[in-house]
Design a protein around this ligand. Structure first.
Ligand SMILES: [Zn+2]
Length: 235
């Protein structure tokens, strides 16, 4: 169920059952020559909706923006750490005011600073209020498949992400797979990613398929259902 599609009377009744409430978060970020700028949002929203179907969770309106370092590429629109932290913190406070007790925050975008901003908001919230929050990126789960289903070095806009998008929104995946790696020293802090990965892909997307994407998406959903059951007792 989508939070936004319900009336206040309807949601009042549903919230009494203490359902899981899911906040999907994405980014507006370049994803190579073949994937759309909203890829992270599409993936997070898809996972949220699939979880919702299985356990009657409520899906909040998504946050389409995130913090990203890839803003030297055209099309990327990043928001700052503080803006993201405050936005998530205030949404969580709004949920608490509504009596929500169980929250899942799922981010399709997984960069460290982005996740840290969300984590700061979630940490403060669980310290100040009686509420349980699960916070993760679907890539925390999907990347468990690196070195098994896909090459170990698979990364941003690579095989996992391309395959997942082929399964979720095939109409938005262009066939133009390109990968080129420039010079990058280990542990070097990068000022402009477009000089290191000029094609916008951090690993080669060749070998992606819809079948593989369905497998990965199912793996993410099944694992997430277990995580929800373990932490919140919802099944
Ligand atoms: Zn992505």
């Amino acid at each position: 169920m989508d939070w936004n599609e319900l009336t206040f009377r309807e949601i009042e009744k549903i919230l009494k059952e203490e359902p899981l409430v899911i906040l999907p978060i994405g980014s507006v970020e370049e994803h190579g020559n073949h994937l759309p700028l909203g890829s992270d949002s599409y993936q997070a929203i898809y996972v949220a909706q699939e979880i919702s179907k299985r356990i009657n969770a409520l899906v909040l309106p998504p946050i389409y923006y995130g913090f990203t370092e890839l803003d030297d590429f055209r099309g990327t629109v990043s928001i700052g750490f503080d803006a993201l932290y405050l936005l998530v913190r205030d949404i969580l406070r709004g949920l608490i005011k509504n009596g929500v007790k169980k929250i899942l925050i799922i981010s399709g975008h997984a960069s460290g600073i982005h996740m840290a901003a969300i984590k700061r908001a979630a940490n403060e919230t669980v310290r100040d209020y009686f509420v349980k929050i699960i916070l993760l990126s679907d890539y925390d789960i999907a990347y468990e498949l690196r070195g098994k289903l896909v090459p170990y070095e698979d990364s941003h806009a690579g095989i996992i992400e391309t395959s997942r998008m082929m399964a979720i929104r095939p109409d938005l995946v262009k066939g133009n797979f390109r990968f080129k790696k420039g010079e990058k020293g280990s542990f070097l802090v990068i000022d402009n990613y477009s000089t290191v990965y000029p094609e916008g892909t951090f690993s080669n997307p060749e070998g992606s398929s819809k079948d593989l994407g369905e497998k990965i998406n199912n793996y993410v959903i099944e694992r997430l259902l277990i995580i929800i059951k373990e932490n919140l007792g919802i099944m």
